[in-house]
Ligand binder design. Structure first.
Ligand SMILES: Cc1ncc(COP(=O)(O)O)c(C=O)c1O
Length: 378
């Protein structure tokens, strides 16, 4: 009898796996949801208040506030400073477009500068040439989960009397000189979008601030400028987080450091396996503890490599394909942009590989084998 052998099953490797983050907390979460929905307190409930103080403590920040998402978190932080309309905000061109939108929604003008070729974060050496009498704030982005080089940025800000807000949307648990993202500047914004290292199961975000007056204004603007019953002190927003998302985040926060460490191990395995290939692996600066929200390699044949991996069941991402200053929306808003050779080259060459804590050894090996089978040796 002829035995027909079926081909070996292809290992599938998604770029992210939401279900894998749900299963370990499923029981606890369903119990929590049941309790919350029975209580019926979805606004300013006990999970929200508890998470607010737990995540503030985790970040080592003076005060912190849950809010609706990471875009609103940055808008809230910028609004709370009460800058003059038309203020300029210096931001890196290599970021998610939300960084720019927040500046614009807060009444500001984005001034885009290039990034450092190694870390892909804002290049502090480009800040001075971007300054003008209207500059009010610098917004470094901790891109991919690695903090920007904050000391030179803070130094310029101190000398010029500017504010600094960390866009820490991707940087939960990342550290700069052993201090957590979220505690490094005047304020910081986080996203808890479901793909993040600390992700809700819906939309959510967070603002941290370093003084009481700012804290008061963030709280005010987050909830319709509402000071007391029937009293609206300023024209604010509805930028609240709901109680169900707070319960999800509370359930996940205790394991954040452990899961970030697992991501760091996956990154180390990839770095070792690709060391002799003609691809650039992520650079972790001496000052940084990267959380590997995105594990991003760079290579000239990016699109062909992505296709090769896709043919083998491996999901990849491009963060980001079009630099901010070349986005069509920029034609509709006032802004300034300095030359961007590094950002433009990074956008042409970057490819994000699957790097999440629940990856199995077989999945990691499949990614390694597949990248190696395509890429040339150095
Ligand atoms: C750097 C950066 N800033 C801001 C945001 C906006 O966060 P959200 O999607 O929660 O509004 C994101 C989201 O991915 C981001 O990556």
């Amino acid at each position: 009898m002829i035995q027909i052998q079926s081909p070996p099953a292809v290992v599938q490797v998604p770029l992210v796996d939401l279900r894998a983050t749900y299963l370990p907390i499923r029981e606890a979460l369903l119990e929590q949801f049941d309790a919350i929905l029975n209580r019926g307190q979805l606004f300013n409930g006990e999970n929200l208040r508890a998470f607010e103080s737990e995540f503030t403590r985790y970040c080592g920040a003076h005060a912190g506030f849950c809010c609706s998402n990471g875009t609103d978190a940055l808008t809230l932080a910028l609004t709370a400073f009460d800058f003059k309309p038309g203020f300029e905000a210096i931001v890196p061109a290599h970021t998610f477009f939300a960084t720019i939108e927040s500046v614009v929604h807060a009444g500001g003008v984005p001034v885009l500068i290039d990034i450092d070729p190694l870390t892909c974060t804002m290049d502090p050496a480009r800040i001075e040439e971007a300054l003008s009498p209207r500059t009010a704030v610098i917004v470094p982005v901790h891109i991919y989960g690695q903090p920007a080089d904050m000391d030179p940025i803070l130094d310029i800000a101190r000398r010029r009397n500017l504010r600094v807000i960390e866009d820490a949307a991707q940087a939960h648990g990342a550290r700069y000189k052993n201090r957590p993202a979220g505690s490094l500047a005047d304020a910081a914004s986080f996203s808890f979008y479901f793909t993040k290292n600390l992700g809700a199961f819906g939309e959510a975000g967070f603002v941290t601030v370093n003084d009481d007056a700012l804290a008061d204004r963030v709280a005010l603007f987050r909830h319709h400028g509402h000071r007391g019953k029937f009293e609206h002190e300023v024209v604010g927003y509805n930028m609240r987080m709901d109680e169900l998302q707070a319960a999800v985040l509370r359930a996940k926060l205790p394991r954040l450091d452990e899961l970030n460490d697992i991501r760091r191990n996956v990154a180390r395995r990839y770095n070792d396996a690709f060391a002799d290939l003609d691809v650039t692996t992520p650079f972790e600066a001496d000052y940084a503890r990267h959380n590997y929200h995105c594990y991003v390699i760079q290579t000239d044949g990016r699109d062909a490599l992505a296709q090769h991996l896709s043919d083998r069941g491996i999901g990849t991402g491009i963060h980001y394909k079009t630099p901010v200053h070349l986005q069509p929306a920029m034609n509709t808003i006032p802004h300034r942009a300095l030359p961007m050779p590094v950002t433009e080259s990074t956008c042409r060459r970057c490819l994000t590989l699957p790097c999440f804590p629940e990856l199995t050894d077989a999945q990691i090996d499949h990614v390694i084998r597949s990248v190696r089978s395509y890429s040339a040796r150095k």
